[in-house]
Design a protein around this ligand. Structure first.
Ligand SMILES: O=C(CO)[C@@H](O)[C@H](O)COP(=O)(O)O
Ligand SMILES: [Co+2]
Length: 224
């Protein structure tokens, strides 16, 4: 069964101390670090790109989960691979040919993730995309900003995917916190991204442990 993976989004950290903030989350039990790359075109915000990821790479051995909110997903694959990205998750809305982008990502030695905005139906990812991708990301907020309200209605897409693809990594991202995790865990999501609720927590270890326990408990129902 897919295991729980907790991925703090550094978008909510103190960027003046990125190295310390990233390693603080790893010490508190994070499995991955979620790095939100925004280009100011696909979303109305600009964050970081390959140069910052490259600087962070020697600071930690954590798996870098790169969430690419960019208008041209193929364009940045080589740069992110060279910077040390491990997962390259692009938005299906940004390309007419997601299968080619998945192949390109694999060719560069990274895992391939495919993200769906709240308004994108899950059918867009069924079939070839879900079968070739290593992970599907269900956005539970509109991409572009941290600290938004969780859209619970989006988790129905995670449930559809989990029922069809019992071994697929399914990530949820946006507004995940102690009071919203249950619906995502119950729907079968196993990769939990959280920014505000982890970087703002007095005890992030406790929150990470709670997320992990809830996901692992919920995943048991999918064992056939
Ligand atoms: O991709 C995004 C936003 O576009 C996310 O990764 C957010 O950074 C998550 O932040 P919180 O909603 O957990 O504060
Ligand atoms: Co993200």
């Amino acid at each position: 069964m897919p295991k729980a993976i907790i991925a703090p989004s550094v978008l909510a950290c103190d960027f003046a101390n990125l190295q310390a903030e990233a390693t603080r989350m790893v010490k508190n039990g994070a499995d991955w670090l979620h790095l939100d790359v925004m280009d100011g075109h696909f979303v109305p915000n600009i964050t970081m790109g390959a140069p910052i990821i490259k600087c962070l790479r020697p600071c930690t051995e954590a798996f870098f989960d790169c969430h690419m909110m960019v208008a041209d997903p193929a364009r940045w694959v080589e740069d992110i691979a060279q910077a040390g990205g491990n997962m390259y998750t692009f938005h299906i809305e940004a390309t007419k040919d997601p299968v080619s982008v998945i192949h390109l990502i694999h060719k560069h030695g990274m895992k391939a993730g495919v993200a769906l905005k709240p308004g994108t139906p899950v059918e867009a990812a069924l079939g070839d995309v879900a079968e070739l991708a290593d992970m599907i990301l269900i956005m539970t907020v509109e991409p572009g900003f941290g600290g938004q309200k969780y859209k619970e209605e989006c988790v129905a897409k995670a449930l559809t995917l989990r029922q069809r693809y019992p071994h697929l990594d399914i990530e949820v991202d946006g507004g995940l916190a102690l009071d919203t995790i249950d619906s995502s865990a119950q729907a079968g999501a196993n990769v939990i991204v959280a920014g505000t609720s982890l970087f703002g927590a007095p005890n992030p270890h406790e929150v990470i442990t709670t997320f992990r326990n809830k996901v692992n408990e919920a995943q048991k129902q999918w064992i056939q």
